[in-house]
Each structure stands twice: as C-alpha cells, then as structure tokens.
Design a protein around this ligand. Sequence first.
Ligand SMILES: Cc1ncc(COP(=O)(O)O)c(C=O)c1O
Length: 387
Amino acid sequence: MTLKHLFSLPNDIVYLCGHSLGPMPKMAALCLQEGLHHWEQNLVGAWHDWIDLPKQLGSKIALLIGSSPNEVIVCDSTSINLMKLLLSAIPLNPNRNIILTEQGNFPADLYIADSVACLQNKTVKAVSPDAIVEAMDEQVAVLMLTHVNYRTSFKYDMAKINRKAKALGILTLWDLSHSVGIMPLDCSKFEVDFAVGCTYKYLNGGPGAPSFLYVHQKHLNQIPAIRGWMGHKTPFTFSPHYESANGITAYLTGTPNILSMKALEGALHVFEKVDLAALQEKSTALSSYLIAQCQQYLPDLMLASPFSSAQRGSHVAFSHPHAYAISRAMIAKGVIMDYREPNLMRFGLSPLYVDFADIEKTMEIFREVVQKKLYDLPHFEKKLKVT
Ligand SMILES: Cc1ncc(COP(=O)(O)O)c(C=O)c1O
C-alpha cells in the first residue's frame, strides 16, 4: 500500500517525476496555510516562532541522512550551499590543490567547483565515474560527488569511497539531492565531512524549497567561509563585527524563506511514517519491473541506468532517438515523466505514491506510444521552453 492518500495528486495521472519535483503533500498545504495565517495575525511578531525553523527542519532531515540533529540546517539553494561548503572545506586541507569530481556531475555542481577553484586558486579535476577511485590521491583536497547521478541514476558506493578518502586525508562533500528521502543514508557511519541536498525532489518540499546542508561534528568549530548575519552569534545586536554563532547555525547566511520552509515542514511529516529501507526496497522492485517490461516489449529502448539495482538510485533512464517526442506523447496521455538532452527519458519511482498498478498503466501507454508511433507528430517534436 502506498501513502498516496497523503498527497494532492489527480486520480487520472501516473506521477513519475518525483526526481525533479515531488507532488504536493496535503500537510505541506496545511502548514503553508498556517504560516500565512500566522503572518497575517502576528505580522513581524511572528518571527519569534519562525527564527529557529532552519534548525528545526535540519534536525528532521538529519534523521533521513543518518546524522546528528545538530549537524544539519535548512537554508538557501543547493548551489549556494555547495559553494558555502566547498569554500569552507578547501582551507581545511591547505597544502592540496585539487577538487576532484565527476565529469557527468550535475552542471550546477561543476560550475560551483569552477567558481571556487577560481576564487581559491585551485584546480578542478573531473573524471568519469569509474576513474574516481583511481584519481583519489594526496593532491586532492576535496572530493565532491553527487551520490546518485541525475541522468543515469548511477549510485556511488559511498562507504567504499569514503573509506579510501579518509585513508588519504581527502575531505568528502556529497550532493544527496537524488538520494535523500528515497533510501537510507548514513553520514555519521561513513564519516561524511560535508553534504548538501535538494528538498523539492523526493522530500516533496515544493518548487524552490530550500536546501539542506550537513557539516560533520568535527568541523563545526570552524568558522564558515561565508559569514552571514543570520550566522552571527547575536544577529539582533547588529554589531559591525562578525562573531560566529556556535555550531551549524554559523552556516546560515540571510533571512530564512519562511513560507517555503513551512511547506517543507509539512512535507517532512510524511517521513515520520516511513521506513527508508523498505521504501528503497519497494522502489528497487518497481524500477526492476519497469526495466524488465521495457526489455521484453520495447527492445528499441536502451537502458541508460545500471542494470544492477545495487548501483541504481530511484529513477530509471532509457535512451531512444525520439525520446523527446515520446516523453511529450506520454505526458499527453497522463504519464508524467521527463526528458534530458540529448535523448534520455527519465522515470522516477517513489513508492510513497507510485505502485505496481501505476507501472502497469505506464507500460500500457508506453507500448502504445512507441509501437504505434503516436509520438510521430510535429507538435510533440517542438521543444518547450522548460523540458
Ligand atoms: C544533483 C543536483 N545538484 C544541485 C542541483 C541544484 O539545485 P538548486 O537549483 O536548488 O541550487 C540540482 C537541481 O536539480 C541537482 O539535481
């Protein structure tokens, strides 16, 4: 049984796009409404109840990434948090010059790595996923990887990589955007140094929901590279001199975006009922079934994700020369999935609201669209502004 009833989803669609934007949890709408009401009633006085929201939400996300509550805070976007953490991490390894990452990392992460490298006179080394382990050496200051790849769904063996990083004195910075809320994570056990992640994907926090950042306990005595007024020890004394807040609060920058945080607060209630190991198991069963069905009935599709479920996240990607038009035709028939250039179709499988009946329906439509070439229409080929 899914938890579909906790989401506001139309009955006549199959939603397979939670890897991009999760659907709306009913509790998100309620909490957002509560936030609006509090604003309306209490005006500026409402801040008394809101000011600790970044930490409160951080401690809820800590449960999902296997860390201590005081190591996580919610703020800013993933890109900004990545930049904040990378700028803070590199000086901890002052005699090393390399930021190691993957060529196929999410573009924002690569742009941020380049920006930080320029600012701190370092070099970005970007290699293929299978060359990462070999490229780890004592020149590397920080290894910055996305746990599950946004295109292929390839999942790194975090335990193995962190073990080697630790042995070589390399700091690790993981982007958990495509893994948080869909599989168990264990930042403390694997001694992850730093991490960030989106909350609008599998956590269903809503469009543009703020990101989270995690800093391992042992680094919490460092002053972050970016010093924001909300990370000041006493922001409301308005001192011209910076004095860092204690712990994770120091990583705040500016005023928290409260309404988005209220929606996220509601979305996180859903996870109070969720066993992440069971969720991952179900997601794997769904994706393996989708792959098997496609291999049987749609042999023209190429699986672009790992076949082994141990190496796969929670979405599955297939390539096809007409991937874009097929995606448009699928969406027109109520299967909401997405497309990534140049030829990838992605199907996100969150068992919170997707079940086997949804996969059956998806396959029925997928077979009809591909086998009868229903995608072969000019309006399905025409690229939309956001795809
Ligand atoms: C893996 C990954 N990292 C970073 C980002 C960027 O997040 P934001 O736009 O919140 O900065 C995304 C966005 O989809 C992503 O998928």
